[in-house]
Design a binder for this molecule. Sequence first.
Ligand code: G3P
Length: 205
Amino acid sequence: MISLVFVVAAYLIGSLSFAVIVSRAMGLADPRSFGSGNPGATNVLRSGKKIAALLTLLGDGAKGWLAVWLATLLQADYAIGERTLAGVALAVVVGHMWPVLFGFKGGKGVATAAGVLFALHAWMGLATLGVWLGVAAIFRISSLAALTAALAAPVFCWLWLPGKQALFGAVLVISALLIRRHKSNILNLLAGTEGRIGTKASPPE
Ligand code: G3P
């Protein structure tokens, strides 16, 4: 029962779409209405407001980190096992992708997944972030960086969390969901039409 409480709480934390919250608070257009239509930091950056994109990135990343960190902190008190922790890790990303609080129209999960990885193991988070930064620096394409990092994350999990099968499974599923959510980006990449980081989009009037 307590496991279910943690998983549902993680899902609700994940449901807080910071792209929408920050944009509304700053009087910007809803990120679901311009650019890629994705409520995420990359698309908020297309509004031209760098600070809004940064706050979105931090908010979405922090919620992934917070859900896993809280479960880890209370692990001993509530006898939370590895499988519940894996459920929490997955639930917060699922909450971001399909948020009950925002009509189930969520983002692609990159920042939230990064927060989860950092909370599970700092080196795993850093290594995955390193892959994202490296690919982004070379190609200047956010989705390509995210897709490469998603492929690398399970390898890093296997390296830094050996024998943690449930957590490995959670990271694997998170990566698979993240890649699935990038379907339109993959098609654009194959067509050579994927936009570069920082290219502005015209928000609706
Ligand atoms: O973080 C999401 C990013 O990988 C792609 O975003 O807006 O270009 O679809 P976007």
